[in-house]
Design a protein around this ligand. Structure first.
Ligand code: BTN
Length: 243
């Protein structure tokens, strides 16, 4: 694992993408920064994080994919790897909110943004961006956000956590080459936030509706049982789940 440490950058995802276009980078090259000026989030939103308190990093992963393989499996393995690393230092109740937000005690403590580029029909470059709220003590106007510090009442070693997450990720992605991917899908569904309970969703147009999550499909869509007993699958751009 090679770690490039920066004080400040626009976005570690953008930096790693540009770097890997300029020079050959090994798999699991990591870019970690103390602060981002244009951190990128899911659905085109931004990601803000107090400088010097948290983790903001990106990991390079070039993968060969087989025909019909699910690219969403990488999201699952990344989210589970973060949870596994967190479980080694904390007994909080961790869950994953579709598609891949990491919750602790039902509050968001980490977000994941994976940017995939097809190099050819069976090779994909994935830039795996992870933002984890470690030691931040205040989240203004973000009532659903929290940090390990706020939930555990203690400070955590960010470098140790970074290494632990990337090691877990490397281990699990190597396992994926030998193990059936169902193992990871089952583990993901086992800790999926609000699975099979009534939840509220919001469409891209802002309409709210309720339903029960059935599962996440192989192409990463959320399958929901609606009030009229019909089952519909939603893309990440179509709906977001409320807490
Ligand atoms: C989300 O919206 O939940 C995803 C947030 C992802 C943030 C991380 S921080 C490191 C990496 N660089 C970015 O610009 N974004 C990701």
């Amino acid at each position: 694992m090679k770690i490039i440490k920066l004080d400040a950058i626009d976005s570690t995802n953008s930096f790693l993408k540009a770097l890997s276009a300029q020079e050959t980078c090994e798999n699991f090259t990591v870019v970690n920064t103390e602060s981002q000026t244009e951190g990128k989030g899911q659905r085109g939103s931004g990601w803000t994080s107090e400088a010097g308190k948290n983790l903001a990093f990106s990991v390079l992963y070039n993968q060969k994919i087989e025909e019909n393989a699910s690219l969403f499996t990488l999201n699952i393995v990344v989210a589970l790897s973060v949870v596994e690393a967190l479980k080694t230092i904390s007994n909080l109740n961790f869950s994953i909110k579709w598609p891949n937000d990491i919750l602790a005690e039902n509050k968001k403590i980490a977000g994941i943004l994976i940017e995939n580029t097809f190099k050819n029909s069976n090779e994909v470059q994935s830039i795996i961006g992870i933002g984890l709220n470690v030691n931040q003590s205040q989240f203004e106007n973000l009532p659903q956000a929290s940090s390990l510090f706020l939930l555990e009442n203690q400070l955590f070693d960010r470098d140790a956590l970074l290494i632990s997450i990337v090691n877990r990720l490397e281990f699990n992605l190597n396992q994926l080459e030998n193990l059936n991917e169902d193992y990871f899908w089952n583990a993901y569904h086992a800790i999926l936030f609000k699975k099979e309970v009534v939840s509220t969703f919001e469409s891209a147009l802002g309409n709210r509706f309720v339903g029960k999550i059935q599962k996440v499909t192989k192409d990463g869509k959320l399958e929901v049982l609606l009030e009229d007993d019909s089952i519909t699958s939603f893309d990440v751009k179509e709906v977001k789940m409320l807490y």
